[in-house]
Write a protein that binds this ligand. Sequence first.
Ligand code: G6P
Length: 501
Amino acid sequence: MDSIKDMSAPLIVVSNRLPFVLNRKENGQLERKQSAGGLVTAVAPVVIECKGLWIGWSGLHDLEPGTLIPEAAPNDKAPTSGLLSSQIVPVHVDQKEFEAYYNGCCNGTFWPLFHSMPDRAVFKADTWKAYLRVNEKFARCTIAALRKICAELDAEGKENVAPVIWIHDYQLFTVATSVRQAVEEENLRCKLGFFLHIPFPSWDIMRLFPWDDEILQGILACDFVGFHISDYCLNFIDCCCRRLGCRIDRNNMLVELAGRTVHVKPLPIGIPFDRFVRLAETAPVFIKDTDKVKVILGVDRLDYTKGLVHRILAFEKLLEKHPEYIELVTLLQIAVPSRTNVREYKQLKEEMDQLIGRINGKFSRPNWSPIRYIYGCLSQEQLAALYRDSAIALVTPLRDGMNLVAKEYVACQIKEPGVLILSPFAGAGEMMHEALLVNPYEINDAADVLHRALQMPLEERELRMTQLRNREQLLNVNYWMNSFLSSMGALVEDEERDPLT
Ligand code: G6P
């Protein structure tokens, strides 16, 4: 199921961010800056093909409602370049509202809570209200788009075709509530789907949020709900049962609310595997001395869920326990700046700077430093070269919905294979069995696993990497997208049956 399948109805994607960033040039003109993420690469061609729509925040606060989104530049080769401006619906959120919605509620409350770190979460009624208001804006845009598409289908005599609405992630939990209400009141028609890209926590954690019922009801306003792994599905179903008193069927992953049955399914997201292979085949070398020094690679957004501090302490422990690695091994950590206006992220940045400074001061030699640290963004090509040329990828989040770095690393292992070290607390840990799994909180153990990886014989590395690569090639991002849409009965080949029954 690698290729893109035909949709049986137009698709409306709703996500916090549009599939590209809008940038204002010095002369005031708007231009598109492309995003290279796997989700966008997979989903944009489907929206283009079925003449669907993408609804999202433009990235600019001062965009006047009604402003025309520019078409892609003629030399734009990105997968989104075929998205016409008429297929883009920008949602306008002013700076103040955005601050409360995005920095406050999305990233100050939901991000830590859903990653089971409630001590970091801030619960505030006013940021929650801003969240509801912004979700309502997204819902209004979605309903307007749905009305228009339904009218167009009617005019073409396609009264039986129900447009598909696919809502993404924790920024938009309550959008479906208003969409469902409008659909019922105005006799519109659609299939509503939701996918959560982060973990769904247990009832113990979820119940800490004072307005958890509204989140659950928002998700349950959909017909179909996808999570990365079955643990998250079961957590969600459990919350629906305990908080809302819903009838549930754990075995078949069904939840009943107000006479409607909602289908829940684990759908682990993949990556554009072949694209990473191609990049790895052609990308020029990025780190020059890999023949002399073995590189242990970390690539993450600078986020406290990623376990960066624990990881660096584990590397320090390795050098303490095995000084023979001095001048032979280096930890290369790429930290991509993220959510820099949120206090927790600012603090982490400072903590990292200090920690790395201390360890480098302790172990460095005139021509070698134990840790190389890049705080910034690299191109996909540079990343592919790093993945390809690193002996070890250290992917040790404390909690992570899936983690695509683990998958990108194995895709790029086209030469002598390295070793993937993975945390069981990432969704990826559920299926990438041939990785070396390590509990990131166990610093001493993590150092031992690093040692084991550095010593692993070629034959074992080959065996593990071949299995890992085969699986990721098969279960790539197109497979994930087709599975989601097929589960909703949204593909042409599903027309014979109704997958939701
Ligand atoms: C995670 C979330 C996404 C989010 C991304 C980057 O992967 O699941 O929804 O877009 O992080 O975070 P940002 O806050 O910059 O959008």
